[in-house]
Design a binder for this molecule. Structure first.
Ligand SMILES: C[S@@+](CC[C@H](N)C(=O)[O-])C[C@H]1O[C@@H](n2cnc3c(N)ncnc32)[C@H](O)[C@@H]1O
Length: 395
């Protein structure tokens, strides 16, 4: 009976903290269930405006997410605590509560001062969890999610978690940039995605803008006609307004006016063509993740220069060339009146090409300083040809 009391007290503490919004998270460990060792984390998220419990279970390389209404979540937790998991810790802003079972499965409840003090805003969780809704039909069409039974909500396929995280992170970054820019009031922003590929980010950003109450006009521009046909048929089947895909090359695209230019992993100098399109189209926002950079490396010689040793080894030379290429692009963007940030947008475990250049048009950038830094960089690194610089000087 004492055992039941401890477990009941633990679940009651969780119930009260969820209802009273003092809940931070809960963690289940000491796995005694079937299969590989597992851990489970419980968080509070908003689902369609209602507080819900999200259980994320990691078992080997598998990650499973389950969402529950709070009471159903507590019923589920009552089943797995003490059987599958022999340790459960609840973190709240007021206190932490731990329920640990001995080998003989005798529970012991302890309360302690809170280890974490800041309550995550449910809004924050909403952003993390819902900027790209797992239930979005485009995710199923693109093979990111699936559902085993018709009455079950879709889930992200285990093999597609990396891609799903990348899509979410990308939309989250764009959301923050849009909200902080005049685009937040734009009713029908014009978006161009260069090298849109299978369209993951094109669909995701378009849908997100629509959720913000806008009527975006989005074009995915892609040189592979097969991918364009696939994306077009999905957009048509889902009757998505304002989203189209065009089979053409970035360098052939005319400089139409546009608001948001994105290019994720557009190959080699297609990133320069994309940035050029954004600059000449007077985009408010240019966001690109460079891919392979082949233009600068052969121009880096370094012979008899202080950095000769740095350029002697092929791999290091390529990395220097990547850095020089992206620094050159960032400086050219600044020199054309954009405030630039360079961030890692996903962990390097998921993609080595995880660098994101974000550029927001601004009247306060020191354009002359950036132009002079660009000239110094070119002279020091020893490159004469840079596609974006050439395109800009020709236009
Ligand atoms: C690595 S994929 C990235 C796809 C997508 N942006 C993503 O992140 O999922 C690069 C895409 O760029 C396309 N591409 C390469 N060069 C291009 C160019 N000059 N113009 C248009 N598309 C190009 C390729 O066909 C390919 O689909």
């Amino acid at each position: 009976m004492a055992d039941d009391n401890d477990k009941t007290a633990f679940l009651q503490a969780m119930r009260e903290s969820v209802a009273g919004e003092t809940f931070l998270k809960a963690a289940l460990s000491k796995y005694h269930g079937l299969g590989e060792p597992a851990r489970c984390t419980v968080s509070r998220v908003l689902l369609k405006g209602a507080a819900s419990l999200r259980l994320v279970t990691r078992q080997g390389t598998q990650e499973t997410t389950q969402n529950f209404e709070p009471e159903a979540g507590l019923t589920h937790l009552a089943k797995i605590i003490g059987s599958d998991y022999l340790s459960a810790t609840l973190f709240t802003v007021r206190k932490d509560v731990s329920l640990v079972y001995s080998r003989k499965k005798v529970p012991r409840l302890t309360r302690s001062k809170p280890a974490l003090t800041e309550a995550p805003s449910p809004e924050h969780n909403r952003v993390k969890a819902y900027l790209v809704d797992v239930a979005s039909p485009f995710l199923a069409q693109l093979g990111v999610t699936h559902t085993d039974k018709s009455d079950k909500p879709p889930e992200v396929k285990a093999s597609m978690y990396g891609k799903y995280r990348q899509i979410c992170r990308f939309v989250e970054i764009l959301d923050q940039l849009i909200v902080a820019s005049p685009l937040k009031d734009a009713l029908a922003p014009r978006v161009v995605d260069i090298g849109s590929g299978k369209g993951y980010l094109t669909f995701a950003l378009h849908e997100h803008l629509r959720r913000l109450g806008k009527r975006p006009q989005t074009v995915g521009l892609e040189s592979n006609a097969g991918l364009v046909a696939q994306c077009t048929s999905i957009a048509t089947a889902l009757r998505i307004d304002g989203l189209s895909f065009e089979a053409s090359r970035a360098e052939d695209r005319k400089h139409d006016g546009l608001d948001i230019l994105i290019a994720l992993h557009a190959c080699d100098t297609a990133t320069d063509d994309a940035i050029h399109l954004g600059l000449t189209g007077n985009a408010s926002l240019i966001v690109c993740a460079p891919c392979c950079q082949h233009e600068i490396a052969p121009q880096l010689d370094g012979k008899a220069s202080p950095i000769e040793g740095l350029l002697k080894f092929g791999l290091l030379k390529q990395r220097q060339a990547d850095l020089v290429t992206d620094a050159a692009r960032a400086l050219l963007l600044e020199a054309h009146g954009y405030e630039v940030r360079i961030i890692e947008f996903v962990s390097s475990e998921h993609s080595a090409k995880n660098l994101l250049i974000t550029a927001v048009r601004s009247a306060t950038v020191d354009r002359r300083a950036a132009a002079s830094q660009y000239a110094q960089l070119a002279a020091f690194a020893g490159f004469k040809e840079q596609r974006l610089a050439r395109l800009l000087s020709d236009s």
